[in-house]
Design a protein around this ligand. Sequence first.
Ligand SMILES: Cc1cc2nc3c(=O)[nH]c(=O)nc-3n(C[C@H](O)[C@H](O)[C@H](O)COP(=O)(O)OP(=O)(O)OC[C@H]3O[C@@H](n4cnc5c(N)ncnc54)[C@H](O)[C@@H]3O)c2cc1C
Ligand code: SF4
Length: 329
Amino acid sequence: MDSFAYGRASGIEDALAEGSGPNTVFLAGGTELLNWLRLGIAKPERVIDLTQLTGLAEIARLPGGGLRIGALARLNDVALNDDVARGYPVLSQAILKSASAQLRNLATIGGNPFQKTRCGYFRAEEALPCNKRNPGSGCSALNGINDRHAIFGWNESCVATQPSDPATALVALDAIFVTVHREGERRIEATDFHILPGDTPHIENALRHGELIVGIELPAAAPHSAYLKLRERESYEYAVVSAAVALDLEGERISRARIALGSVALKPWRLTEAEHSLVGVSANDNAAIRKIIEGSFGEAKALTHSAYKITLAKNAAVRAVRLAARASP
Ligand SMILES: Cc1cc2nc3c(=O)[nH]c(=O)nc-3n(C[C@H](O)[C@H](O)[C@H](O)COP(=O)(O)OP(=O)(O)OC[C@H]3O[C@@H](n4cnc5c(N)ncnc54)[C@H](O)[C@@H]3O)c2cc1C
Ligand code: SF4
């Protein structure tokens, strides 16, 4: 690990001033950043510790309904908060299926969406062709080991996936990331936070250098919601595929559906076509739900070894719709 200077921000203004310096990164829980430093994925000259910004760890109800979660709230504190667990079970479940209890006690909700892909070539200790890590060097996974890679939104520059569980739930909930920068405040829809590879797979999200997430806003509660994570073992493991679903129901009929798939692309992938077609369908009509979801995979495209993920993702989405319908408010 290369050496770097360490600073501790005393307030938001201080964090913005310090964070705008060249080759400077923020540190929240440190659970992801420390791995980047160890592997040489990040080589910052300066690290600005945010942990003294205690006002950013609160979870509060919004006046018009909904919740605001401070960016520095620890994952376990978010998942176990009563308002989150009752009103947004999809988020609570996604968090509790992330990492381990020890990590969740340290990791923050604001730091979580910044985690980088689990692509083995990207995280290798030796330098391998990887456009995300060394722009212009190629993509080793394109014709290499790609069984855990993308089925949506990829191109030849990068076929990796974004592994965050909470980010997938936040996209299904239409959450908003509230940010501050020296040039002002912004509100970014969760679905616009991560960026598909294009020609610049090393650019991963919509934030500018030195921009700070201060909070995440959730709109009205979504008690009929659920998160399904399919992985190789049931604990302490990243998803092969996941599905986050939030439903509005009128009786047994679906009046609104929101579905996001995780670990299938470089961003959580909304099944918008299925969301529209599910309106008016009975939540008990498994055959109709399956037909609609299977019909919404027109953009799915397998790599040499990732075709099984298309079947897995369809099944996950169908099962998650059923779980969300059964969730009791
Ligand atoms: C062994 C292991 C297993 C894991 N398993 C899972 C899993 O199954 N599912 C899952 O979803 N995640 C998993 N994770 C990822 C884990 O959830 C993230 O490491 C964690 O949420 C990151 O949060 P942090 O506060 O520690 O971020 P940090 O490591 O402190 O920060 C990472 C980067 O995020 C940026 N950042 C942090 N906070 C802010 C902010 N408020 N504003 C702007 N930028 C900010 C900075 O650039 C920083 O450099 C795992 C991690 C490990 C180490
Ligand atoms: S899939 Fe992306 S992260 Fe993986 S080797 Fe290719 S360019 Fe790098």
